[in-house]
Ligand binder design. Structure first.
Ligand SMILES: Cc1ncc(COP(=O)(O)O)c(C=O)c1O
Length: 379
């Protein structure tokens, strides 16, 4: 599309920063902004750079939603017009709805009763069909119940394709653009702090960033009650990050350490982010901010820390930002601890508040794809 340059620009500097006009909505994905975040998360003079993925049309998962569909079409696994079926707590659902609209595929999202009404309505508005499972799987929880529903839908829908975000390497590969943007925006990244659900964005972003900065540290942020890093799976209030299964997209060898964050700590962080920085989001955003702020104090001065904020706050107005809901779940605190507890082994004991572990391993002991990362910094 050729848009003529206006003859008069009220602010001439704008022509340098305004993004190009998009012809189709998927062209709006990427180039998300970065915001400096300091108090109350980091000590005076310290802070971190937050990559605001909530600025994408749907959120961080617009990137893998589009990329997984494009790759499946290219390989011939997804025929023109064939249905896409996937399990999602919401964010990937939005990305797939965008991909479906872009490439002409009907999209069905399998979710559970924990999905917010606003997300359900939004997905429906964007043309996706939402199927909700009603009971959790006795061992694998809601996630396993959703996966079984997906298998059932695939079996009875000829030609249907499931991107399988938990195990599809295209999920992680979709974050090449995000990593490249960070290099352009920050020049250097010494520490990356990322939430872990399927493992896609931590693995994909770190892999590309380490090509430029081999000594970069990667800090994973998980939810208490999540099984990913070897803790027992429990019912979880926090959505997005955490899992009751062990997705193969989690690149265990890439992590220097993992932090588990509890819901009340994430709520406090989300509300502080909103009040102090006018930038907030959901459970993973709060948890990542808490850990990135701590890292800003724990690493030597001058360490450049990038933290990925996967989404924005709107979906959480009836939960994280609703006093009554938070009181009902006992989530309102004056301010949580300013440092995590520590355990030496990920399965040493069950953790229920913010806890750090510098030993990261795959609880299923699967062979690793990449070489283990040797941390550069000593803390
Ligand atoms: C809001 C939010 N944050 C974090 C994550 C975790 O990201 P990943 O699946 O790339 O590990 C997700 C995944 O769905 C998410 O929706």
């Amino acid at each position: 599309m050729n848009v003529p340059m206006p003859v008069f620009l009220p602010d001439p500097s704008l022509k340098l920063i305004a993004p190009e006009a998009a012809h189709r909505p998927h062209r709006l994905v990427g180039n998300s902004p970065v915001l400096w975040v300091d108090a109350p998360f980091a000590p005076p003079g310290r802070g971190f750079h937050a990559k605001l993925e909530g600025a994408n049309p749907g959120g961080i998962k617009d990137r893998p939603g589009i990329h997984m569909v494009e790759e499946a079409r290219r390989r011939g696994e997804l025929a023109p017009g064939a249905p896409v079926v996937e399990s999602s707590s919401g964010t990937l659902g939005l990305g797939l709805a965008l991909a479906g609209l872009t490439y002409g595929h009907p999209v069905t999202i399998v979710s559970d009763p924990g999905m917010e009404q606003s997300m359900l309505r939004l997905l429906t508005a964007y043309g996706a069909r939402v199927e909700q499972v009603r009971t959790p799987h006795p061992d694998g929880g809601w996630q396993q119940a959703r996966r079984e529903k997906v298998a059932e839908l695939l079996a009875r829908t000829p030609g249907a394709y499931c991107p399988d975000q938990y195990h599809n390497p295209d999920n992680a590969a979709a974050y090449r653009s995000l990593a490249t943007e960070l290099i352009v925006q920050l020049g250097r990244v010494d520490v990356l702090v990322a939430a872990v659900g399927t493992g896609g964005h931590s693995a994909g972003t770190a892999r590309v960033l380490r090509q430029a900065f081999p000594a970069m540290d990667l800090i994973g942020v998980d939810s208490t009650g999540s099984a990913i890093f070897g803790q027992p799976a429990r019912p979880r209030l926090m959505r997005g990050l955490g899992s009751s299964i062990h997705p193969s997209n989690v690149d265990y060898a890439a992590f220097d350490e993992v932090h588990w964050v509890a819901p009340a700590e994430a709520v406090w962080a989300c509300r502080q982010l909103a009040r102090r920085h006018y930038a907030s989001g959901g459970w993973s955003v709060g948890a990542v901010a808490r850990v990135a702020g701590w890292a800003a104090g724990a690493y030597p001065e001058g360490t450049r820390i990038a933290a990925i904020f996967p989404d924005g706050p709107h979906r959480y107005l009836e939960t994280i930002y609703n006093d009554a809901w938070c009181r009902e779940h006992d989530l309102l605190t004056d301010g949580p601890a300013d440092r995590p507890d520590e355990i030496d082994e990920p399965d040493e004991r069950e953790v229920v508040t913010w806890t750090r572990c510098r030993t990261v391993r795959d609880p299923l002991c699967r062979p690793t794809a990449g070489a283990a990362h040797t941390p550069a910094a000593t803390r």
